[in-house]
Design a protein around this ligand. Structure first.
Ligand code: ZN
Length: 461
């Protein structure tokens, strides 16, 4: 009798369980109440042979160890009774592919020895890192050495989090490492100031994680999409290849705008005239031709013309003070800050988050000015510089012709992002290219993946 009760989920590959005679699995992936498993066994299936690095480990006696300080390949081999001439022969024969003197203390290794009473060493596996190993095979007279790379499985993951102190702490508390936090920070460098994230800002990320042996994470792949809810605004980012020649991917927002942007060339949209440039040697008649450096660029425009922020950022000053008159200062990221002087009126307050192109005030004549203009000041690493002489990140906008495809491309991804509950911490692991129906996401933390649950079931049986 074979009885399955599998509800609404494709967790188990039925064929793997067919050899069992009496199995009753009560499985529910949706309702915890029903989460009871009654498993009876009658017959034990022989475990699958353990294959690692291309060898059936069951056929050998296995030694797992780490290279200690001062140990050499010869010393280790000698310890397992490999005669010196043989060690010499191995080292000589493989020297073109692997120099045995290159082995380093602290690196793990595995030695495969014959299972008989002689326990003759046959294969030495030197592990460069979690993914790469060098295999020295001296089982037969033909001694070989080659590079072995563990197959990497890409898993698509979803994560959602809330800022309580800062972004890297939030990522860290979810169990991911700083590399992920840095990559996200890089994508949003021109959109979100990570030093000024607010408590209760939230984020959701869809990205790839690389795994070996199904469980060991060895890094991250592509970040497919993300959304930051920053001060109440949803800031989306989608990875998209718009450059068909270089095939380089970039991140764009919901309007197909590039996230990595240049500053706008001017804080005034249409009609303006640059009346005075950044000039450290400016002489002013009024002051007896004394050098009065001008560290800003003056954009003369009609009284009341809207002034835009030239890049997204956070308002760090909004005040009326002395010669500056009404002014606003905006911090864009850890490198750049801009300031806008002599406004008729300010539109933003300290702490406001403003998007590139957003109106922050209107052209006026407050402070030291002889006519309506905005004095635009630009800081790089705390120093006022000429924005027109800066090598700013280059960014090409997406071609109009590509946009319909882009919007079609991001629609399901946005839906996917929006459907991630903010309460979700880590999602269930989803295999990329998985053909079976995807599991529903829920808020359960660290649920075992499909393979894990299969393995556990097998063990239980
Ligand atoms: Zn000025």
């Amino acid at each position: 009798m074979l009885l399955f009760y599998v509800k609404n989920c494709n967790l188990l590959k039925l064929k793997k369980l067919l050899p069992f005679l009496f199995i009753l699995i009560l499985f529910s992936c949706e309702k915890k109440k029903k989460k009871e498993a009654v498993i009876k066994k009658v017959e034990v299936k022989k475990p699958k042979p353990v294959v690692k690095y291309g060898f059936i480990f069951d056929n050998y006696k296995i030694i797992n160890d780490t290279i200690k300080e001062g140990e050499s390949f010869g010393l280790i081999m000698g310890r397992y009774n490999v005669p010196f001439p043989k060690i010499n022969e191995i080292a000589t024969k493989i020297k073109d592919t692997f120099d045995v003197r290159r082995i380093r203390a602290g690196k793990p290794y595995t030695l495969l020895m014959s299972k008989d009473s002689i326990q003759k060493p046959q294969i030495f596996i030197y592990k460069n890192n979690k993914v790469n190993a060098t295999i020295i095979n001296f089982k037969d007279s033909a001694i070989t050495s080659y590079h072995y790379k563990k197959p990497i499985k890409l898993i698509e993951r979803k994560v959602a989090g809330k800022i309580t102190s800062n972004f890297s702490n939030a990522i860290d508390s979810l169990g991911f490492n700083a590399v992920l936090a840095n990559e996200i920070a890089d994508i949003y460098a021109w959109t979100v100031d990570f030093y000024r994230l607010q408590k209760d800002d939230t984020f959701k990320i869809i990205f790839e994680e690389k795994f070996i042996n199904d469980t060991v994470s060895v890094g991250y792949g592509k970040i497919k999409a993300a959304v930051f809810n920053h001060r109440g605004k949803d800031l989306y980012a989608y990875r998209y290849v718009a450059d068909s020649i270089k095939k380089e991917a970039a991140y764009y927002d919901n309007e197909a705008g590039l996230l990595r942007r240049q500053f706008l060339k001017s804080p005034i949209k249409f009609k303006y005239r640059i009346s005075s440039r950044y000039n450290l040697k400016r002489k002013i008649k009024l002051y007896g031709n004394k050098v009065r450096p001008h560290r800003g660029t003056d954009f003369a425009a009609a009284y009341g013309t809207p002034i835009m922020t030239t890049a997204s950022g956070t308002v760090i000053e909004s005040a009326r003070r002395g010669g500056n008159g009404n002014y606003v200062k905006i911090r864009h990221n850890s490198t750049y800050t801009t300031q806008y002087l002599h406004m008729k009126r300010r539109k933003v307050r300290v702490g406001d988050y403003v998007k590139q192109g957003e109106v922050i005030g209107w052209v006026g004549m407050t402070g030291n000015t002889s006519g309506p203009h905005v004095c635009y000041r630009f800081w790089k690493n705390g120093k006022q510089v000429d924005p027109f002489r800066q090598k700013l990140p280059s960014a090409k906008p997406m071609k109009e012709a590509l946009k319909p495809h882009y919007f079609k491309f991001i629609t399901p991804i946005q839906r996917e992002l929006d459907s991630i509950p903010v309460s979700l911490q880590k999602e269930e692991i989803l295999e990329i290219n998985e053909t079976t129906e995807r599991k529903r996401n829920d808020t359960t933390k660290d649920k075992p993946n499909k393979n894990d649950s299969l393995e556990k079931t097998n063990k239980a049986l």
